[in-house]
Design a protein around this ligand. Sequence first.
Ligand code: NAD
Length: 431
Amino acid sequence: MASTSTPHDDEPPAEPNEPESALQTARRQLQHAADHLDIDPNVVERLKHPKKVQEVTVPIERENGDVEVYTGYRAQHDSVRGPFKGGLRYHPDVTREECVGLGMWMTWKCAVMDIPFGGAKGGIAVNPKDLSEGEKEQLTRRFTDEIRSVIGPTKDIPAPDMGTDPQTMAWLMDAYSMQEGETIPGVVTGKPPIVGGSKGRDAAPGRSVAIIAREAIDYYDKDIRETSVAVQGFGSVGANAAKLLDSWGANVVAVSDVNGGIYDANGLDTHSIPSHHEEPEAVMTHEAPQTVTNDDLLELDVDVLIPAAIGNVLTAGNADDVTADIIIEGANGPTTSAASEIFAERDVPVIPDILANAGGVTVSYFEWLQDINRRAWSLERVHDELEDEMLAAWQDVRDEYETREVTWRDAAYIVALSRIAEAHETRGLWP
Ligand code: NAD
């Protein structure tokens, strides 16, 4: 795992380009893509900044009678292609800057998928584990009221993120709808299906990771039935991706959770391993010939490696020891910039997160369409349309990858930035 400790003054930093904040990463990747394109530098400069950041105070009365005051944010980055879209995070480390950086990532992610949304992110600096269910509901309803003026189905549509879930989104939708005097499911996505959520939303990021992995396997002339795969993290993203690839014939030889991993060179029966949501952190309880640590899993001799747990696990410290032929980013930001450079030098393809795990925001878009049309889609339709969207985005990124001879990450950012810049230039929003 990437070290987060501070090195002594006389030691070189463990990671030359670390630590980098989400905002620094988003700005660096923007500039990197812009360097490949002939676009108005004023547009690029504008995109380095959010359009608006709402900072609000969220007081709640705890069950013991104390009043606790939290700070919440909604950072809206860019809406040139449609309403702002992005998650709401409840986590002690939430800051204004983090929301801005993650909001920028959402702009790129929606643009690479060609979804008519811009990017936003928000949250509250709070540890949700310290709150009862009732206190979380109170917090969410009060927060919704504080950001009411900047959200809405045609303005800015939040979704679940770390520390929030479908129930949080249901409270948000209810608080918003009560004030508006009508039920407005399109104000949030990731809701429970009974109040307008989409079928297939939970499994969508893992499904998109599997689709992109399948396409990459094919692109590099491998037969999926002879392809070995290791997946770090067996939660929503990792378990769904592993199980689908297994169903499509791949040999999933290793999976892990926070406690470590299991390995079977002949392939694991991924469907019988409990995912994080079925039974938290139970991967190691599953019978397998061998166990592996999370660090070792990243260095297994496999065809495809899918880091799908946390960020910054592929670093300058281990990038040279990674022997996988293809890396598919399931988690957000699993590869540091220093590691990305090493993989580029070694010609190891890294298919980036903004493409691979974009199934989540894509099915959120489907949910929004279902809400505003008041018509639910079947699971089969969600799967079919997700497949189409992923293949279209894959093709667009592949075209840039081939014509410009850049990395897959640069190709994805080039696709995204071209669309955003062209929209800005066409609308004439500058200055
Ligand atoms: P999750 O909570 O469902 O599962 C996370 C899994 O990772 C669990 O199996 C957990 O045990 C494991 N894990 C946690 N810490 C670990 C560590 N230090 N080492 C190894 N394993 C560890 O989470 P998720 O929703 O699957 O999200 C995983 C990643 O994918 C995150 O980076 C998230 O931001 C990203 N992502 C999630 C979604 C989504 O909608 N769920 C969408 C896009 C991207």
